[in-house]
Design a protein around this ligand. Structure first.
Ligand SMILES: *[C@@H]1O[C@H](CO)[C@@H](O)[C@H](O)[C@H]1NC(C)=O
Ligand SMILES: *[C@@H]1O[C@H](CO)[C@@H](O)[C@H](O)[C@H]1NC(C)=O
Length: 508
């Protein structure tokens, strides 16, 4: 075996140490949960980005003493976040990063700027399924040793707007101190300070996803409503959906995704939709988590591997570059894999009810880093292993995105928005459609405030967060099922919004 597997073992050891800690119950008081009014537009600090990032020490390079100090610094900063009113998600991100080999070592004496939950909610409206490896870069961009204008990674902040403010892409935003721990001063910000370059690029260039459909929803026809109002799917019915995969690669020499991998990915997705995903038991699991048979499968009818450097790179921000591979879109379920993603995103998919039935935007787009066996294949072929991409090596990114392609929302959609919803305002009818209901329109998935990148018991909305559901962002080893309500919703959305494909797929 090569040194890489040794490295992987070290990494998993760190993860286990962290996991043991994460397994203790973390509960957020419902009083801390954001309401819609809190959502601020994502406001990136106006960094100037140097040609080359300054190098900094990463935990993977540290001696055991240094790793210990590193964990201590992160833990203490995390405690400060835990005591703050609305820094729940930044605390989660910091915990995610602390056990990551690419995590920067934070030298004492600096300032750490992290956004509050409202800013994160806004971020997720702009960036669907961010690639979690980049959170380590975000922490390096957000940490200012000596608290001067240069971050650990070399980003520079130009003069601020004044006291306790920073200048961002939408004007000045507030910065307030949460206190200091192990020589690190932690600040809450109302805009993003340290966004990685790829996400900034994406935010500037892509259309905001959910903002758009929220606006259009007033006029749109039935979106199937709450899942408890939907009929049961008869046991004898099945959908066998004709599915094609397109691999958009950067050059003819790029064989990072092969036809065999595509077949294997599709087999994996079919297992997931049959409710037969393997269960990696967590310490907190009382029994096998819910995983229904969706009575849906994907019949692989075509694979094309094309060379198109633009499509391979800009597929997420400019989906028109993919249209030529999605002709007759109403007759196929299309999955496009892009191998050189510039956006730092794992996957992105339009909801069927947001676009006309014949739109070429009906496609699942995934980055190769979220494709089944991409990371392990790279490790074998090239000798590079990215730690957290191994967390996305099973192929659940395609399952998650396919869920969107059938009309399923995230389990964290609208945060903890079940219960009282006020009338009035521009989104009245959208909002009233959620009255007394859950943000994802599905009754049997618990609400959660924001996504999870780990697999742990958490109760962000006062009930156990659905980390085992495919529509969260938890690691592949954790997500493993859809619920009955999601099944009824997927069937309803497909029947009503992709009717031609539904008819072609229906078997009785
Ligand atoms: C900022 O702090 C770094 C040490 O972290 C130091 O090398 C640099 O000279 C400082 N820059 C200014 C302008 O004070
Ligand atoms: C099927 O794949 C081939 C390449 O393998 C491609 O030329 C063709 O356009 C594809 N057909 C459809 C309908 O997507």
């Amino acid at each position: 075996m090569t040194f890489r597997s040794t490295f992987a073992r070290v990494v998993s050891h760190w993860l286990l140490v962290d996991l043991a800690e994460a397994l203790s119950l973390r509960e957020t008081s419902p009083a801390l949960l954001h309401s819609e009014a809190d959502i601020e537009p994502t406001n990136q600090a106006l960094h100037s980005r140097p040609e080359r990032h300054r190098t900094y020490r990463r935990v993977a390079e540290g001696e055991s003493v240094e790793v210990e100090q590193h964990l201590e610094a992160y833990r203490k900063a995390g405690q400060l976040l835990g005591q703050a009113q609305n820094m729940y998600h930044s605390g989660h991100i910091l915990r995610f990063v602390m056990s990551h080999p690419e995590a920067p070592v934070l030298p004492p004496g600096g300032c750490l700027y992290l956004p509050n939950d409202g800013v994160w909610a806004s971020f997720y409206q702009h960036v669907e399924h961010p690639f979690p490896d980049l959170f380590a870069e975000m922490i390096a961009n957000s940490y200012y040793p000596s608290c001067n204008e240069t971050s650990l990674s070399g980003l520079r902040l130009p003069a601020s707007c004044g006291d306790r403010t920073m200048r961002g892409s939408r004007g000045c935003f507030e910065v307030s101190s949460l206190g200091s721990a192990t020589g690190i001063q932690v600040f809450e910000t109302t805009g993003h300070v340290g966004l990685p370059g790829k996400w900034s690029y994406h935010i500037e260039n892509a259309r905001p996803h959910q903002l758009r459909h929220a606006k259009e929803s007033d006029a749109s026809p039935a979106r199937c409503g709450m899942s408890h109002e939907l009929p049961e799917v008869p046991a004898a019915k099945r959908l066998e959906i004709p599915t094609r995969y397109v691999v958009c690669r950067r050059s003819d020499a790029d064989d990072s995704i092969t036809e065999d991998m595509v077949r294997e990915q599709n087999r994996w997705a079919n297992e997931a939709f049959r409710g037969a995903s393997p269960w990696e038991r967590m310490g907190f699991d009382k029994g096998r988590p819910v995983s229904v048979d969706m009575q849906i499968s994907f019949q692989l009818v075509n694979i094309s591997i094309v060379t198109n450097a633009d499509c391979a790179k800009y597929g997420f921000t400019d989906t028109a570059r993919l249209y030529e591979y999605n002709k007759d879109s109403s007759k196929y379920f299309t999955v496009v894999i892009i191998t050189n993603d510039a956006s730092g995103v794992l996957g992105q998919t339009e909801f069927p009810f947001d676009i006309p039935e014949d739109s070429p935007d009906h496609m699942v787009i995934v980055s190769s880093v979220g494709f089944r066996h991409f990371a392990s294949h790279q490790a074998d072929a090239v000798g590079v292993t990215m730690h957290s991409s191994l967390m996305y090596d099973e192929g659940d990114t395609v399952v998650h995105e396919t869920g969107h392609g059938l009309g399923l929302y995230h389990t964290f959609e609208r945060g903890c928005s079940n219960g009282a919803v006020s009338e009035g305002g521009t989104q009245a009818s959208w909002r009233s459609s959620f009255a007394g209901s859950r943000g994802d329109m599905v009754d049997d998935t618990n609400s959660e405030k924001l996504p999870h990148y780990d697999c742990a018991v958490d109760m962000s909305c006062g009930e156990v967060d659905p980390v085992h559901n495919f529509m969260d962002y938890s690691p592949d080893s954790c997500m493993m099922g859809f619920t009955e309500g999601q099944k009824r919703r997927a069937w309803c959305v497909l029947e009503n919004h992709r009717h031609g494909l539904y008819e072609m797929s229906l078997k009785e």
